[in-house]
Design a protein. Structure first.
Length: 191
């Protein structure tokens, strides 16, 4: 099957649905709350509304979701790119952390370290149950913590550059090999 077509279908239909579902579980109330809401009479609430605090939070959340979506989309575009130890480009190939670094840089213009353990140290620890598309997933594949990294794309799947002789691909977190070696999840910051 054409990997680019599969990636396009995934991005167009699945990723927006994940964000819509998550947004429906945790709506952000802006200053448009009902008039009988007790918080509208609170002086602190009124000051925060006047200064655009709630709108800024909502904009930050939306921007983070958009960047995470873009990060997943950029990663999916590279399905089939070959593995190369120490690699950091689509032309020559990627290792796992080089892949994550390149995608993050392409999406945000900012750099992450080119080392899975260092990437784990510079990102926010989250529980596996909190995973959202764009989060990083780490594995112990070399008998040491955080020796492999991939990008979570939703629905229990992640994309990564596995090892020599293999290409960037999507795999299930629930696969026995990955489930046994799962080392934690981290969230990137996009500001």
């Amino acid at each position: 099957m054409n990997h680019q077509l599969l990636a396009a279908v995934f991005v167009l239909f699945f990723v927006p649905a994940v964000y819509a579902q998550q947004a429906s579980h945790a709506p952000i109330e802006a200053h448009g709350a009902a008039a009988d809401d007790a918080s509208t009479s609170d002086p602190l609430h009124q000051v925060l509304v006047k200064r655009g605090f709630f709108e800024n939070i909502q904009n930050s959340v939306q921007q983070g979701a958009t960047l995470a979506h873009d990060m997943v989309e950029n990663a999916l575009d590279l399905i089939g790119t070959r593995y190369r130890r120490g690699g950091t480009s689509a032309v020559t190939g990627f290792d796992c952390s080089g892949f994550v670094r390149a995608i993050y840089e392409e999406t945000t213009g900012r750099l992450l370290p080119h080392n899975a353990a260092a990437q784990a140290r510079t990102t926010e620890k989250i529980d596996k149950s909190q995973l959202k598309p764009g989060d990083l997933v780490f594995f112990n594949t070399l008998r040491r913590a955080y020796s492999h990294v991939g990008i979570y794309i939703g629905d229990g799947k992640f994309i990564h550059s596995p090892r020599a002789g293999q290409d960037v691909r999507i795999e299930e977190l629930s696969m026995s090999y990955w489930a046994k070696r799962f080392d934690g999840a981290r969230r990137l910051t996009f500001h």
